[in-house]
Design a protein around this ligand. Sequence first.
Ligand code: NAG
Ligand code: NAG
Ligand code: NAG
Ligand code: NAG
Ligand code: NAG
Length: 393
Amino acid sequence: MALRNLLYASLVAPALAVKLYVSSYSGNVTTFELTPGVGAASLKTLSVSTECGGVPTWLDLQGSDLYCVDEGWLTPNASVNTLKVSPDGSLKRTSKVDTIQGPVSDQTYNKGKAVALAHYGGGAISTFTISATGAWSPLEQFVFNTPPGPRPEQESSHVHEAIIDPTGEYLFFPDLGADVVRIYKIDSATSKLTEQPSIKSDPASGPRHAVFWTPSKKPVYGAKPSTYLFVIHELANKITSYKVNYAATGLSFTRVQDIGLYGTTAPPNGTRAAEIAVSPDNKFIISSNRNATIFSLANPDPKNATKIPSDSLTTFTPSDDGKLKFVNLAPSGGSFPRFFSLNKDGSMVAVGNQNSGSLYVWARDAKTGRFGERLAVVENLGGVNNIVWDERN
Ligand SMILES: *[C@@H]1O[C@H](CO)[C@@H](O)[C@H](O)[C@H]1NC(C)=O
Ligand SMILES: *[C@@H]1O[C@H](CO)[C@@H](O)[C@H](O)[C@H]1NC(C)=O
Ligand SMILES: *[C@@H]1O[C@H](CO)[C@@H](O)[C@H](O)[C@H]1NC(C)=O
Ligand SMILES: *[C@@H]1O[C@H](CO)[C@@H](O)[C@H](O)[C@H]1NC(C)=O
Ligand SMILES: *[C@@H]1O[C@H](CO)[C@@H](O)[C@H](O)[C@H]1NC(C)=O
């Protein structure tokens, strides 16, 4: 009997359940428990929090503190809310700080002592120090009064993301409205920022998000490994790669390549690039395309014959010279994949389809980078906009 139970258990035991925190413009931040497995996967709601203000837009898990950014359309000021995560998945707000309008992304820096916010609506960057309990206190504000750019979306500065470079010494902020990537040097003694020369994108291209990438190959003795920056442009629908040159006097950049997001296919009218990510094994770059439903999928409800029009995700492979090579397009599961996130081993991708209000979890072959089965779907979530995997056990 014991042996039989053991065998049975080893054959059917589901992989360990993990949690997903999902924010939505509905005002909800939902904790899901995902039990993976093809055909047997499930996403169970563990809790729903409405303590991140009216417009949750970005999540950042640091230890057991989930920083939740409220974009603030419904209130005079926006806010950032620290939600303490309990083992049962419930979220309890432990602090809140008001900010200038329209924050859409945060980045911790200076060994977790400080954090920067990118303000899309407010056309600004603001910084905060973080206390031992996870509460934020205002430090600095930089507000940009840039003249209108060529596109209607560029009527003023729209800072879209905050990211830190691999040395931890600089913060980068793509500004969609101003066609620049803003750069600041971090003072480790005070966490204050000093402005550096920006990277200028092509006019009307709309830099939105970016990732850093370093080839995994061992660097030559004595030389710093090459570092590349891949900037995704929402309006031009391309990724521009830059080599980042570090010198005692500061940074400089060599433009390496511009690549479209649809391979040899002409980009569909109206397409709008959104997210970019590096796979956990460092071998793939993945991005998302909104407002161009090039795929049609079977309905998650087997009794419903209506097909689901789907936008796409693009996979690339980076090479050591910082150039990207197009691999393929895969369906996101619905309309407007504003955000997606890979789990720790790259075997699953969770996608938030904002306009469909759906969360899709796709299987992914981490070796080939190819997307596989649809593992789990939740619908009617409103404007899904961020997803964080919690695989701490
Ligand atoms: C609230 O918003 C106003 C207008 O954008 C801004 O001047 C002020 O600094 C904000 N307050 C805080 C605490 O960020
Ligand atoms: C895209 O828009 C252009 C200009 O409006 C039009 O000529 C072209 O046919 C459109 N292409 C597609 C694939 O709809
Ligand atoms: C979506 O694409 C259509 C053309 O296919 C365009 O008219 C519309 O403005 C686009 N929407 C957004 C939000 O870009
Ligand atoms: C079938 O699916 C479509 C697309 O998701 C949806 O709009 C429709 O309400 C569904 N019909 C039923 C009967 O559930
Ligand atoms: C938000 O959460 C509330 C409470 O659980 C629920 O009734 C509502 O349907 C949710 N809305 C969306 C859009 O998910």
